[in-house]
Ligand binder design. Sequence first.
Ligand code: ZN
Length: 237
Amino acid sequence: MGKVCSGGSVKKKAALAAAAGAAIYSFLPSAAGKLYYRCSPKGSDRVLYLTFDDGPSEAYTGELLDILKQYGVTASFFVVAEQAAAHPQLIRRMQQEGHLIGLHSLNHVSAMLQTPAGTIDDFRQSMEIMKELGVEPVYYRPPWGHVNLSTFSCLRRYGLKKVLWHVMAQDWEAGISEEQIQYRLLRRAGNGSVICLHDGRGRNGAPERMLEALKKTIPLWLEEGYRFRRIDERRDV
Ligand SMILES: [Zn+2]
């Protein structure tokens, strides 16, 4: 009986140690980073920062670029490196049309699930791909905002600045309508907001609904006097 108890106790201690390790390695830095960003000052200028994650995608990014061009809007794209390698023509178009290109990991694995070696490899491969594409990213947005302790050393090594967001519209969800996305964008975004939308991945054709919402929302924002800027035009980054 004593042996069973002590065995259970050892297992419990090991589980607690593993949980504490995971918290220090990834969970706490991720949560603290998100909270810090959400609370960071946004300024009083009538400016919005549109950012798009998870692309480029064959199906949606071209249409998104058309919409941005139509309204003279410049934005920031946080691209998945493997997706970028698969669609170099879309990367070239982003560059030609004055958009900022940042990095959004190699293939969208959460840093919470990556070992230190896996994290280092993710950055190394991503930066090699971006270099081959003629892009030198300065900004990095981690998938889901997740980081681990190795993420910080990789950011320093490659001179990358982490960028999160103030506003999400849950545009990746399967059941969300374009009206819901538009409502959330109009209600949640204000002076200086960094807005995170998705031109790739997403469930059930989600980016299509995001594009429809954006087509209706950009003209309303312009009517309200908002201007659109890239992430590198923010004063505090
Ligand atoms: Zn993402």
